[in-house]
Design a protein around this ligand. Structure first.
Ligand code: NAD
Length: 469
C-alpha cells in the first residue's frame, strides 16, 4: 500500500477580536455553576467518546493529509487516547470527586479534602499527535468541572480544521470552545486571564507561555521534550532491543516527544546492535519506506530542512535518503557520532538515530547527566544492578526498562517531564488532579470549645503549651 499524500492547507485562524469576548463568555458560564455537576461532566465525556467514534475516519484522513500518518498509528496512538482517557474518567468520576478524609484531629474536628474546579483553563497542543495531545488533557479538564479553551496546532492544519468543525457539534459550546490559529491567536489568548494553562510543545515557546502566565499568576503545566537517551549494555538481548528501539524511534517518523533520541551502546555490542536495527527496519517496512503507508512523513519543509542539515557530514550506517518533495526522510542510523556534533545539541524529533559507543555503564550515566534532564530514559539490560544504578543515578520525566514508549500507555502513572523536559503531569487521575484545586476543609462542632486556646494567655496556659509542644 502506498503512502498517503500530504496535502497543502492554509494556516487556520479564528478572528483575534473575538478571543477576549469568547473567554469572558466561558467565564460567565463557569460562574453560573453549570460545569460543576457530575451529570454535566459525564455528558461531555460521553459526547467526546461519541465524537471520536463517529468521526474517526475523518480524523484519520486529516492526519494523513497533514503528515501521512499510518492509519493504525493514527487510531492507536492519537485518536485512541481520547476514548481510553474518557472511559477511565467516566468509570472513576465518582471516586475521584468524593471528599477525601484527612482524619479527625482531637478537640478540633473532622478534616477532608475536596476537589474544586479551577475555572476557565487553556489547553495549547502541538502537531505531532494533534488530536490526542489536545483532547486527552480536555478529558481531565472536563472531569474536574472546568470551562475550557482548546488551541490546536496550526501546523497540522487539516486536523485543526476538522476539530474546529466537528467538536462544537458534540460539546457544550458555552463552556468548551476551540480557537484556531498560530502565534498571533495564541498570543491573544495568553493575554487573557485563565485559571490554568496546559501547554504541550517545545521549551522556547514554553518560556513565552510561562512569562504570559505570570501576569495573572496563572499556574501552568508544561509538557515539553528533550533528548531522551537509550542505554544498551552488554547483557541486553540485542535483536529484541533493536526491534523495540526501531519501533519507538521510527513510529511517526521519530516525531514523538518520548522517541529514543540517541543510543549509548556498549563497545562490545555496538556493531551487532546496528546490524539488528537495520534488520528490524527491513522487517517493518520491507526495505521500502518512501511509498510505504506504514511510514509517516516529516510534518513540513522547515523540519525537513532542519533534519536534512543534521545528517550532513555524518557517518551513515544505513538509510540517509531524503526528498524535499513529500517531506520524506528515510529511517536513518548514524555511527561514530561525536558528542559535539550539532545532532547531539537539541532534540532531533525525526527519524535519525545517532549511536554513540560507550565503555560501560558509568560512562553512560555520566554522559546522560551532562545533558539536560530528559522526558524519557530507556535502558536495555539484563542486569538488575544496572537498572538500580540508572534509576537512582539519573533523573528523567519517566523511564522504561527494556522497552521504549510503552510506559506512556499506563494511565495510572503520571506522564510528565522534569526540569527542562516539563513541569506537572497528567493522564488518568493525574489529569483530573492537574485541573483541580485541592481544598482543605476542617469541620468543627459547636459543643466542645476549648477556652484555654483564647486570650488572655495566662502563665499557666503558656506553661501548658511549653510542656506539650
Ligand atoms: P507547535 O509548533 O505545534 O507548537 C505548539 C503550540 O504552541 C501550537 O499550538 C502553537 O500554535 C503554539 N505556539 C507556537 N509558537 C508560539 C508562540 N511564539 N507564542 C505562543 N504560542 C505559540 O509544536 P512544537 O513546539 O514544534 O512541538 C514539538 C515539541 O513538543 C517537541 O519538543 C516535543 O518533544 C514536544 N512534545 C512534548 C510532548 C509531551 O507530552 N511532553 C508531546 C508532544 C510534543
Amino acid at each position: 500500500m502506498s503512502a498517503a499524500a500530504i496535502q497543502p492547507a492554509n494556516i487556520p485562524s479564528s478572528p483575534i477580536d473575538e478571543i477576549a469576548p469568547l473567554v469572558a463568555r466561558l467565564r460567565q458560564t463557569f460562574e453560573t455553576g453549570r460545569t460543576k455537576p457530575l451529570a454535566w461532566r459525564r455528558a461531555q465525556l460521553e459526547a467526546l467518546i461519541r465524537f471520536a467514534k463517529e468521526n474517526s475516519d475523518a480524523l484519520v484522513e486529516a492526519l494523513q493529509a497533514d503528515m501521512g500518518k499510518p492509519e493504525l498509528e493514527a487510531r492507536a496512538a492519537d485518536i485512541g487516547q481520547i476514548t481510553q482517557e474518557a472511559k477511565l474518567a467516566l468509570k472513576n468520576l465518582k471516586k475521584w470527586t468524593r471528599p477525601q478524609s484527612a482524619g479527625r484531629i482531637p478537640f478540633m474536628g473532622k478534616s477532608f479534602v475536596i476537589r474544586d474546579p479551577l475555572g476557565v483553563v487553556l489547553i495549547v497542543a502541538p502537531w505531532n499527535y494533534p488530536v490526542g495531545l489536545l483532547l486527552s488533557p480536555l478529558v481531565g479538564a472536563i472531569a474536574a468541572g472546568n470551562a475550557v479553551v482548546l488551541k490546536p496546532s496550526e501546523v497540522t492544519a487539516h486536523t485543526s480544521a476538522i476539530l474546529a468543525e466537528l467538536l462544537p457539534k458534540y460539546l457544550d459550546t458555552d463552556a468548551i470552545a476551540l480557537v484556531e490559529g498560530g502565534v498571533p491567536e495564541t498570543t491573544a489568548l495568553l493575554e487573557q486571564r485563565f485559571d490554568h494553562i496546559m501547554y504541550t510543545g517545545n521549551g522556547s515557546v514554553a518560556k513565552v507561555v510561562m512569562a504570559a502566565a505570570t501576569k495573572h499568576l496563572t499556574p501552568v503545566t508544561l509538557e515539553l521534550g528533550g533528548k531522551s537517551p537509550c542505554i544498551v549494555d552488554r547483557t541486553a538481548d540485542i535483536p529484541v532491543t533493536a526491534r523495540r528501539i526501531a519501533w519507538g524511534k521510527f513510529m511517526n517518523a521519530g516525531q514523538t516527544c518520548i522517541a529514543p533520541d540517541y543510543v549509548l551502546a556498549d563497545d562490545s555490542i555496538e556493531e551487532e546492535l546496528i546490524r539488528e536495527l537495520k534488520k528490524s527496519v527491513e522487517e517493518f517496512y520491507g526495505g521500502e519506506t518512501k511509498n510505504n503507508a506504514d511510514y509517516t512523513r516529516i510534518v513540513n519543509g522547515r523540519h525537513h530542512e532542519r533534519l536534512s542539515k543534521l545528517m550532513v557530514g555524518q557517518d551513515i550506517a544505513f538509510g540517509g535518503a531524503t526528498e524535499a518533495e513529500g517531506c520524506y526522510i528515510e529511517p536513518t542510523v548514524l555511527r561514530n557520532v561525536s558528542p559535539d556534533s550539532p545532532i547531539m545539541e537539541g532534540e532531533i524529533f525525526g527519524p535519525v538515530l545517532p549511536v554513540l559507543r560507550i565503555k560501560g555503564l558509568t560512562e553512560a550515566i555520566e554522559f546522560v547527566n551532562r545533558g539536560e534532564k530528559p522526558l524519557a530514559l530507556y535502558l536495555f539490560s539484563n542486569d538488575s544492578t544496572a537498572e538500580k544504578r540508572v534509576l537512582s543515578e539519573t533523573s528523567s520525566g519517566g523511564a522504561c526498562i527494556n522497552g521504549t514508549i510503552m510506559h506512556i500507555g499506563n494511565s495510572k502513572m503520571p506522564f510528565g517531564g522534569v526540569g527542562p523536559s516539563g513541569m506537572g503531569a497528567y493522564h488518568g487521575q493525574h489529569s483530573f488532579e492537574t485541573f483541580s484545586h485541592r481544598k482543605a476543609v476542617l469541620r468543627r462542632g459547636f459543643k466542645f470549645d476549648l477556652k484555654m486556646m483564647y486570650p488572655p494567655y495566662t502563665k499557666a496556659r503558656t506553661n501548658f503549651v511549653k510542656k506539650v509542644m
